[in-house]
Ligand binder design. Structure first.
Ligand SMILES: [Zn+2]
Length: 203
C-alpha cells in the first residue's frame, strides 16, 4: 500500500481539473456520483467519525468508505450493515489526510440535510471527516491540517467561502451530532481569519 507523509503545517494543493489533492494518500471510493449539472461546491461540511466509535487508528473508515467493511468484524458494524457512505476526505488523529472522492464529484456524507433552506447538501458541499468523537478533543494536528485543507479548497473553488462552513449537526439537526461539542469552532474560524490576512507566500 502506498503511504505518503502528512502535509501538516502547509496547505496541500488541490488540482481543480481532477478534484484531487496532491501529496496525500488516495483511497478512491466507489461511493460517489456526479453533482447536478453546473453545480459547484458552495458549502464545507465538517464531520467526526471513528470506527468502531471511540477507537482510533484502525483500517475501518477506509473499509467503510470503499464498501469493504466486514460487517461481522464488530458488533457496531452490524448496526450499520449495508451503509453506503463516503466523504471527500478524512483527517486522522495525527493530521494525515486521506482522500476518497474527488472534490468535483458528489460524495455521500450529508444524508437528509438542509443548509440555508436548501435540501440535499451532498449536491453542493464538500464533506471533511475528522477522526474522533463528539466528546474527545480533536488534536492540534487535525486543526492544522483542516485549516490547510480548507485554505487550499477556498483557493481552488471560488464558489466556496470561509463563511459557508457548517457541522454535520448544523445541516441535519436532531439526526446527527458530529463533529460534536468537542469541536472548537472559534479555533477553526480564528485560524482561517488569521490565514486570510497573511500574504499567501508568507507560509
Ligand atoms: Zn457526519
Amino acid at each position: 500500500m502506498m503511504t505518503t507523509r502528512a502535509s501538516e503545517g502547509r496547505s496541500p494543493a488541490v488540482d481543480a481539473a481532477t478534484g484531487l489533492l496532491a501529496g496525500v494518500r488516495q483511497v478512491l471510493s466507489p461511493h460517489f456520483d456526479e453533482r447536478p449539472a453546473g453545480m459547484q461546491p458552495e458549502l464545507l461540511v465538517v464531520h467526526g467519525i471513528s470506527l468502531p466509535p471511540g477507537e482510533f487508528g484502525g483500517p475501518w473508515i477506509d473499509r467503510l468508505f470503499t464498501g469493504t467493511l466486514p460487517w461481522d468484524a464488530h458488533p457496531y458494524f452490524k448496526e450499520i450493515e449495508g451503509l453506503r457512505a463516503s466523504a471527500h476526505a478524512l483527517i486522522r488523529r495525527a493530521g494525515q489526510i486521506v482522500q476518497y472522492v474527488p472534490f468535483s464529484a458528489r460524495a455521500w456524507h450529508a444524508g437528509k440535510s438542509a443548509w440555508r433552506g436548501r435540501n440535499a447538501c451532498n449536491d453542493f458541499s464538500i464533506g471533511i471527516e475528522l477522526e474522533g468523537t463528539d466528546e474527545t478533543p480533536y488534536t492540534d494536528a487535525q486543526y492544522a491540517a483542516l485549516a490547510g485543507l480548507i485554505a487550499a479548497l477556498l483557493e481552488a473553488y471560488p464558489s466556496l467561502s470561509a463563511a459557508a462552513i457548517a457541522g454535520h449537526s448544523d445541516i441535519a439537526p436532531g439526526r446527527k451530532t458530529d463533529p460534536g461539542p468537542a469541536f472548537d469552532w472559534p479555533r477553526l474560524r480564528g485560524t482561517l481569519a488569521a490565514a486570510a490576512v497573511r500574504p499567501k507566500s508568507g507560509g
